[in-house]
Design a protein around this ligand. Structure first.
Ligand SMILES: C[S@@+](CC[C@H](N)C(=O)[O-])C[C@H]1O[C@@H](n2cnc3c(N)ncnc32)[C@H](O)[C@@H]1O
Length: 466
């Protein structure tokens, strides 16, 4: 097809999607949240973004706009700019770790001069202005007057919700109780970015005793990431990671799909590698007839106990919440589970280790035990169907040409996670075929799949013992 006609098709996709958004917001009497205003998750206009028509329009706009831009840009500049995009990540880390977002929240809509921000942060004023300008150029912050910056929609999601004096007086707790977005951004821009810089070196070393993951090269350690985070000197990145898991990976769709209400009273839901325990807590709050068993490594279990005590003490007092330090590569101690829950676990491990984790659960399972997995299911980037499309709930729509079948950058987070898992842990985000293979090898039959109905990236996979 002639490129001009493709260009027009892409522009029409955007135009139709904008019509859909305007119509839906118009009918609701609400206004689409502005990019110039801070994000407010309690605003009812925000909830409307999850509407099916709007979600679909949003995906189309993101995919078509990126494709249009890639089509018309100078490819030499496009490639070189992409090679420098790590600087966006570094600048975001500076803004988040120096609490610039909170300083700007306190400054209000008129914003603050980069020199004043730099003085509070005790850093160079000129570099601060250049960092904020690069981010503002990518729609994170706005430059409201020369050298004067204010928060906007994208910068404000990094707000940790505390005053700058509270953040400065207690730096060890600066992320505690925050939404998790800043924690995930700092984790990714620190451990993630430094590790990813060694992706090539890690993948081109000869496999064998000396082969290392990118993380191990970057941090000059032989410890796997989770063991490294157990060391006392790495307490801050470990705590930051626990907070990151709560907000950046919203868990509410764990309550959809699998029917938790049908589990028997007192049935044990074992949250294997449950981290802070927020997922089992969400399930137990909605279905208080269930008993939650939180399993993780020592440090995470400490945090999990504290989190439960603060947010759902009633369940603890009734003896319906248990905490176990358990290595999921060891034999599973719970032999009467109603459900083994594995959320965000399998993607941390290559197939061979994923199979070990799954086999240990399989050995402890009763015929009635179900395995509920919460993970991203990587969409294929091709239009040809796969052998797993026949599993109930599995198939997903593909975007119409000329868009890429997976909506391109609109689903980029799954592919970014995939390679983050590779660089940090040797892990992988799996396609549905990939899940079916590791499950079958460990003695589990994939019986149903539930994709998120509210636009969240994680899907649910339910398996039964073979
Ligand atoms: C990506 S987090 C997921 C946490 C939680 N399931 C969630 O969805 O938020 C992975 C978890 O696996 C835990 N983990 C890593 N290695 C482990 C092991 N060998 N045994 C038990 N837990 C482990 C980590 O401590 C971390 O809490």
């Amino acid at each position: 097809m002639h490129p001009i006609s493709t260009l027009r098709q892409l522009s029409n996709i955007i135009s139709d999607a904008v019509d859909d958004i305007e119509r839906t917001y118009g009918a609701s009497g609400k206004a689409l949240p502005s990019i110039d205003q801070p994000f407010n998750q309690n605003d009812s206009a925000e909830a409307l973004l999850k509407d099916a028509v709007i979600s679909s329009a949003t995906k189309n706009i993101m995919a078509a706009a990126a494709q249009l831009s890639a089509t018309v840009c100078d490819p030499r500049r496009g490639a070189v700019n992409m090679s420098k995009s790590f600087l966006l990540s570094s600048c975001l880390r500076v803004a988040s770790e120096l609490d610039v977002v909170e300083l700007l929240r306190e400054a209000g809509p008129k914003g603050a001069n980069a020199a004043d921000i730099a003085a509070v942060c005790k850093v160079d004023a000129g570099i601060m202005a250049r960092i904020l300008r690069l981010l503002a150029t990518h729609h994170v912050f706005q430059e409201v007057a020369p050298g004067v910056f204010a928060n906007n929609r994208l910068s404000s999601v990094l707000d940790k919700g505390k005053s700058t004096s509270a953040l400065r007086s207690n730096p060890a707790d600066r992320l505690t109780g925050s939404s998790g977005v800043a924690a995930m951004a700092e984790h990714s821009a620190d451990l993630g970015a430094k590790s990813a810089a060694y992706l090539l070196e890690a993948m081109t070393t000869t496999p064998g005793e000396d082969s290392k993951l990118a993380f191990n090269i970057a941090f000059d350690t032989t410890e796997p990431l989770y063991m490294w985070m157990q060391e006392p000197q790495n307490r801050l990145p470990a705590d930051r990671f626990s907070v990151a898991m709560t907000g950046a990976e919203p868990a509410e769709n764990i309550l959809q799909g699998f029917d938790w209400s049908k589990l028997p009273s007192g049935g044990r839901v074992v949250d294997v590698g449950g981290g802070i325990g927020h997922v089992s807590l969400m399930i137990a709050k909605r279905y208080p007839h269930l008993r939650a068993v939180n399993q993780d490594l020592g440090q995470a279990i400490e945090i999990s106990k504290a989190h439960w005590k603060e947010t759902f003490p009633e369940h603890l007092e009734k003896g319906l919440a248990e905490f176990q330090v358990h290595d999921f590569f060891a034999p599973q101690p719970v032999k009467d589970a109603a459900v083994f829950l594995l959320r965000g676990i399998l993607h941390n491990w290559p197939d061979a280790q994923a199979v070990v984790i799954l086999r240990s659960l399989r050995s402890a399972a009763l015929p009635s035990t179900r395995l509920v997995i919460g993970e991203r299911i990587l969409p294929l980037a091709s239009r040809v169907g796969s052998k797993t499309d026949n599993i109930p709930g599995a198939s997903r729509p593909t975007a119409k040409a000329p868009l890429l079948p997976n909506w391109g950058p609109a689903t980029a987070d799954s592919y970014l996670y995939d390679l983050s898992m590779q660089t940090l842990l040797g892990g992988v985000e799996r396609t549905l075929d990939g899940f079916q293979e590791v499950l079958a090898e460990a003695g589990w039959l994939l019986v149903e799949v539930h994709h998120s109905q509210v636009g969240l990236p994680m899907s649910q996979l339910v398996a039964a013992p073979i």
